[in-house]
Ligand binder design. Structure first.
Ligand code: PGA
Length: 260
């Protein structure tokens, strides 16, 4: 696992956007797995700026969703489908045909989950999966004690995650209890995992993810099992890392051409 400590959220967004741009220059129809929440927004803004400046052609990119609320009415502005279309697909100038995600309104949720795992595989697999991290160490909506081998399935949110996400809704009562999330086993199939964490509130979860044991109680610790996982953190989110100086020295000495 590589840990890159950046000055702030914008620097993290720029670094990851350039990594995505590099991928699209090599593979114009790359399948990008995207995350929702506040943290990845600087990535999407920086990538959109590169596209508009003509630095990269994203017109062949394909976008895959990581997770989704169950039971929100179709078109609800906070459904993750709506969020991804609004924050990623439209700004990049892509159409809905470039987008794939699980159906959170399906009557048969389990069948929808299995169909999504199949669709990801049939699309050739995710080339680069962006991840945020919950204060409880979740990735996607894989809450603590999710199986590290899990596939896309329905999960129940913890009270903490519902409270964390209540800011996007009018009240806590409106935050769904159930979600569909790519499983940890599904996420680990992506070719490159890039987790961005910013702010003091993520410091403990980041320390456990990077320096703690691999354990289902900290789902993000499963990144330790992946051959190409990059954790990008700002100074605040890095503040509880014992090996912070080692990570800084390692990245400072890395040749530019190598990327992350
Ligand atoms: P956040 O969410 O970026 O809004 O903090 C992260 C997550 O829950 O994965």
């Amino acid at each position: 696992m590589e840990v890159v400590i950046v000055q702030d959220a914008d620097a993290g967004g720029e670094l990851i956007a350039e990594t995505i741009a590099d991928l699209l220059r090599r593979k114009r129809d790359a399948l990008l797995g995207v995350a929702t929440g506040s943290t990845p927004l600087p990535i999407y803004q920086a990538l959109t700026a590169k596209v508009r400046a003509g630095e990269v052609d994203a017109s062949g990119a394909r976008i895959a969703q990581l997770d989704e609320y169950v039971g929100l009415p179709a078109g609800h502005p906070e459904s993750y489908r709506s969020v991804v279309l609004r924050e990623v697909v439209e700004p990049l100038g892509l159409g809905e045909g470039a987008f794939m995600g699980p159906d959170g309104a399906a009557e048969d949720v389990q069948a929808a989950c299995e169909a999504y795992d199949r669709a990801l595989a049939e699309a050739g697999g995710v080339d680069l999966q962006l991840l945020g991290i919950g204060t409880d160490g979740h990735i996607g909506f894989n809450e603590p004690c999710s199986s590290l081998a899990s596939r896309t399935r329905i999960k129940t949110l913890t009270r903490q995650t519902r409270q964390d996400n209540a800011r996007f809704f009018d009240s806590l009562d409106e935050v769904p209890h159930h979600v569909i999330t790519q499983g940890i086993g599904t996420i680990l199939e992506a070719r490159h995992l890039v987790l961005l964490a910013t702010g003091e509130g993520k410091a403990e979860a980041v320390a456990q993810t990077v320096e703690g044991p691999v354990a289902a109680v900290v789902p993000a610790s499963a990144l330790q099992l992946h051959p190409h996982a990059t954790v990008v953190v700002d100074e605040a989110a890095a503040s509880k890392l014992k090996l912070a100086d080692y990570f800084r020295d390692t990245y400072a000495a890395k040749p530019d051409w190598q990327g992350i």
